[in-house]
Design a protein. Sequence first.
Lengths: 226, 202
Amino acid sequence: MPAHFQNVVPLYAAPYIGTKLYGCGEKAVDMEFENILSQLLKQDENRMNMRGEEMKENVQKEEHTHENAQEKMTEKMPDKMPEKQYTRGAEMGDLPCEAPIGMTYTPWQRKGSPRYTAGEALDRGTLWPGLELPWKNNFNVRSVANTPLGEVQALDFALVELALYLDTHPDDTEALRLFRQYVKAYQDKKAAYAKKYGPLEKTQAGEGDRWNWIDNPWPWEYTDRR
Amino acid sequence: MFEYEKKLQYPVKIKRTNPALAKFIITQYGGPDGELAASIRYLSQRYAMPYPELKGLLTDIGVEELGHFEMIGAIVHQLTRDMSIEEIKKNGFDTYFVDHTAGIYPQAASGTPWTAAFIQSKGDTITDLVEDMAAEQKARTTYDNILRMVDDPDVADPIKFLREREVVHFQRFGEALRLVTERLDSRNFYAINPSFDRALGK
């Protein structure tokens, strides 16, 4: 293989040429990836025409066509790269091949993980006891959800936590069901609160004869009212 | 779009004015690992995210961080209410006071104003998610350090709440990275950038 050729074949693509792509174990990598890679290769092939001293000379000597370059490439590249070149990333660490070296590995939070109630969740900053990892094991236990607004905040917080969980576990039907239950409870509680203490969102404002959206206190103002 | 809800995510009810605490807690308002930086980072990075789970997660966490930005603002505001000049001078709040009175300004504890240089939006899915995981840990450490110096439970409780959110977000970003890598070749995750090279496949 001529020296210039080694320089122009993209390093990332070299081990895949003429081979089938596999992910972890026997799982085949999706076709999209293979398509992308083949297009990248084509691009680099075109670039290859422009690079390398020897190639430059060839361009000057003769009309260097795309077909010409491709022909050279297939001629020089072996059908299959030597076996040792396939062992990279996967199967090189001491975790299963889903957790290859050269990449961080975060375990999935399991479906059906234990949960706090909405009120406890607000106190502790998470709905999930498994994720509660406080500084110096100093757990937040003071209850803040036992006020009218605290009840609304607790239900809203449960929705925030479930939404983040569902973003990465969109097919967890039990969590979906729970989310919808909390939505109902939240809407009821929020409407009852607004009726008594004033609007939490603009659509709840303007019921009386003045624009009560602007009424004090605003959220950053501490009063004993709530 | 965004719609305001007239409530904090977690209650902030501080009885005692204490500018000495406000002086360093302000760093989570506008400092390098603060809530504003977190929000702007995620809400900006999401445009380059190639998969629906990631667009959802970056949006939802970015929005939650805006709520945390508001909580820190409330904490600093309540710690600096009704300060006397005597208290301001005694607690070393004079350097902040002279520029901002008792207004809330996004700056680090050192006085450095908030800057987009605190964040990155690299347009590479793996790079951005690893930055996000690091950002959550940096914020967690900052909250640890704040807790080392705060003895008022009215202040420590909301800080502990915010600190715990960093841990949860770290887990979610880690899962997001799994969602990315499981769509790539485990022999070489870095063969392509799915948020850029992906377009070639279309």
